[in-house]
Design a protein around this ligand. Structure first.
Ligand code: GLC
Length: 749
């Protein structure tokens, strides 16, 4: 028995005896007691996060920084690891730290569980299209259930970056262009991951990321400069983060970008004044991968040590893989470059999350081999992600009623490289998923009928595309196109599956061209020549520009990348067992030249003034989008009537509207309320989403929907970050998209 360790082990045992009964106040006492024992190096160690070794279950990695990391683990200089996979690996690393380091402080194990671990739910942008917070929360709880079963206790999700730019590959990872919807989606995901009790071994800590404004990268180019005004920052970017903090998110991740000249990882105004100050965030800030080190190449620090000092002073509590804190922070504190009080604050925040997760109670609580065996791909999870997928599908158009197909429909021809693809439907950010584990469209259709034929058409994407490389796209080999056109000639209906490979969106996948990649557009036109009855099934991770298809193809179904059960959800929709109910969380442009395009634009001083040209427009493109934010059709029809406003009291306004299902089948409609404040002390958008409700109605049924507007909905942040509600006229619009609805106005005294 190594008696050197007796004291700390007794200390940990003492901690663990009481953890169950610990209140917040108890935590604080234990944290202070622990903090007093820690050396500066051990404190810096809690602020240090390393990437996993992947094969740690073998002997310690020889040489290189893996061996150094191993040494640091034994010294207690690693507070957390990421990308460690599986109970066996987690247990081995946790055991090393708990039993060999002086204080035995357990580690956090983080991972990008973005939309599932093994069971993949739809990509987050697809989930946002459901406007169904209950389903989204359930989907995140499934992800937490599987992540926790493999030893993980922390996910780097939800990404809550608002973005209006389809050129940016990471739009697939967020909640779209609108702060109100984005905040609701972010909160639903935080609740799903964290549950009601973080100390359960089936819930995990969540991370709101990337703080802040990463989604406004100039020209949609990944990692590019962000330069936006306070009005946009306060009223568009901040709300989803503030909502996540109010939902008790345990960590916030900063980012790679600069914001108005300051790297966000180095920005004390963001991290200390707003996040930890005004908003009272109690968790900790994790840097993005090497974003502390990157403060130097941004031109804001002279070297790694200086970058670490700036980041620590700015409120970046944990360093992901820069090695800045573990290498230099103790010296920086001793030199007076960083106040130890800042280090103590960071360590307190990190230890508090470890207490909340129950890791001091049982460092191996997430290392349960039985759970690992029985939770992954569990049928309950598959059912939940199927439900989520069905609710995420958006019917963009169905002009001639080609959908739903009859279940005994003859002569169906399925065409497209993505139709039998079992990988792309999993989307990007699926690090731990199994390749080819999605149900393909063809497999889904097979569950309905064998009476169809399939012709792949040209092969667009290379099969071995990876998360780390760009997808290579066939742009000249038309092999297979003729056969596809031939097959389409006599089809009763052509189901044409087109879109993007799963790794064409996601991190580092910015594109200047958001048309259908490769020869898909040519294929669609060639088939349209011989058969007009085309159902275009889109499978993509971002809004695409498809003006010709939008004009000529009678039915278009937006299916995004729907995860493990993709093909089933699509087939159930094609054959009418699922009536699509999704609404676009992001505007679809007519052309990339319109981007960034979004519904909640400002008026400008020059609305339409034809016949002269001096108004805000393009000479070569319309101003309007191809498909607007909030747009989505159903197999039934909905009608709105009797919009009424009753202003009850100074700051509360009740709005009611009657919704009817005038079609022949039941369906769900997302009733959306948009508000306009046409005269204010800060220019306000032409309209803003301020309330919505997803309503299910049987055919022929009607329901009166009520919304109550309070200061929370009527106000806005001034450029001094003062929340203000100004008297005057307010206009509202209630309908099934941001483009049209019933309108009314009211006066606020
Ligand atoms: C990535 C991403 C971030 C992710 C982290 C860890 O570069 O920007 O969202 O959580 O690194 O993988």
């Amino acid at each position: 028995m190594n008696y050197r360790l007796l004291k700390p082990i007794c200390f940990i045992l003492f901690l663990s005896l009481n953890t169950n009964l610990m209140s917040q106040q108890d935590y604080d006492q234990k944290i202070e007691a622990l903090l007093k024992q820690m050396t500066l190096e051990e404190k810096a160690g809690q602020m240090n996060q390393y990437n996993g070794f992947y094969d740690v279950t073998g002997p310690a990695p020889e040489g290189g920084n893996a061996a150094l990391k191993y040494e640091h683990l034994k010294k207690g200089w690693v507070g957390s690891m990421l990308n460690v996979r599986g109970v066996e690996e987690v247990r081995k690393l946790q055991k090393l730290v708990v039993e060999e380091s002086r204080l035995g402080i357990p580690m956090l194990f983080g991972f990008d569980v973005i939309h599932g671990l093994k069971t993949q739910s739809p990509i987050p942008l697809a989930e946002a299209a459901s406007w169904d917070m209950e389903a989204i929360e359930k989907s995140a709880s499934v992800a937490a259930n599987e992540a926790s079963a493999v030893g993980l206790n922390w996910t780097f999700a939800p990404m809550v970056d608002i973005s209006r730019d389809a050129r940016w590959g990471r739009v697939m990872e967020g909640g779209g262009e609108d702060p109100f919807l984005g905040a609701k989606v972010g909160v639903a995901r935080v609740k799903g991951f964290q549950g009601k009790d973080l100390s359960l071994n089936s819930t995990i800590a969540a991370t709101a990321k990337h703080f802040a404004a990463y989604g406004f990268a100039e020209a949609g180019k990944e990692y590019n400069t962000v330069d936006i005004g306070t009005n946009t920052l306060y009223n568009m970017v901040f709300p989803p983060f503030k909502a996540a903090v109010e939902a008790n998110v345990q960590s916030v991740m900063n980012g790679f970008n600069i914001l108005n000249g300051v790297p966000v990882t180095a920005d004390a105004v963001l991290q200390r004044d707003f996040l930890k100050g005004k908003w009272g965030f109690q968790g900790f800030v994790i840097s993005d991968w090497s974003s502390i080190a990157e403060i130097a190449p941004h031109g804001f620090a002279k070297d790694l040590k200086h970058a670490g000092e700036i980041a620590a002073n700015a409120g970046s509590d944990m360093d992901m893989e820069s090695k800045a804190y573990v290498t230099h922070l103790a010296a920086s504190v001793r030199e007076g470059k960083v106040a130890e009080s800042y280090v103590d604050d960071a360590v307190r925040r990190i230890l508090k999350v470890k207490f909340e997760l129950g890791l001091f109670d049982d460092p191996y609580r997430y290392c349960n081999e039985d759970r690992e065996k029985e939770r992954l791909f569990h049928k309950d999870h598959m059912e939940a992600v199927l439900d989520m997928a069905k609710k995420s599908i958006v019917l963009l158009k169905n002009d001639t009623g080609l959908l739903p197909l009859k279940k005994d429909q003859k002569g169906i021809v399925v065409i497209g490289d993505l139709a039998d693809d079992k990988n792309s439907p999993l989307g990007s950010w699926r690090l731990a998923s199994d390749n080819n584990s999605a149900v393909s469209v063809l497999e889904g259709i097979n569950s309905y009928t064998k009476d169809y034929s399939f012709v792949q058409g040209p092969k667009y994407f290379d099969d071995n595309a990876s998360f780390l490389q760009h997808v290579s796209i066939n742009t000249d080999d038309t092999a297979g196109m003729e056969k596809a056109v031939e097959a389409a000639k006599n089809a009763s209906v052509v189901v044409l599956v087109a879109g993007e490979h799963g790794f064409m969106s996601g991190e580092a996948r910015s594109r200047t061209n958001i048309d259908l990649p490769g020869l898909q557009h040519q294929l669609i036109k060639a088939i349209h020549e011989v058969n007009k009855n085309i159902v275009l099934v889109l499978m993509n991770g971002r809004p695409l520009a498809l003006p010709w298809e939008a004009e000529h193809i009678p039915t278009i179904l937006e299916t995004w990348q729907l995860g493990s059960q993709s093909g089933l959800a699509i087939a159930q929709t094609l054959f009418g067992d699922n009536n699509p109910s999704g609404k676009l969380p992001m505007t679809f442009p007519r052309s990339v030249g319109q981007v960034p395009i979004y519904y909640n634009q400002y008026r400008t001083g020059r609305a339409k003034q034809e016949p002269n040209v001096f108004w805000s427009h393009y000479a070569d493109e319309k101003n309007s989008p191809q498909f607007p934010f909030g747009h989505g059709l159903s197999y039934t029809q909905f009608k709105y009537k009797d919009l009424k406003i009753t202003t009850t009291g100074q700051k509360e306004t009740t709005v009611s509207v009657t919704l009817s299902n005038t079609g022949k089948i039941k369906g769900q409609e997302v009733v959306q309320l948009y508000l306009s404040d046409p005269v204010a002390s800060v220019v306000r958008p032409i309209k803003e989403l301020k309330a919505f409700e997803k309503v299910a109605l049987e055919a022929g049924a009607s329901k009166t929907i009520r919304f109550v507007l309070t200061e929370k909905e009527l106000g806005f942040y001034t450029n001094d970050y003062e929340w203000t509600v100004e008297p005057g006229t307010f206009q509202i619009m209630v309908g099934g998209s941001s483009a049209q609805g019933l309108t009314a106005s009211f006066e606020l005294e």
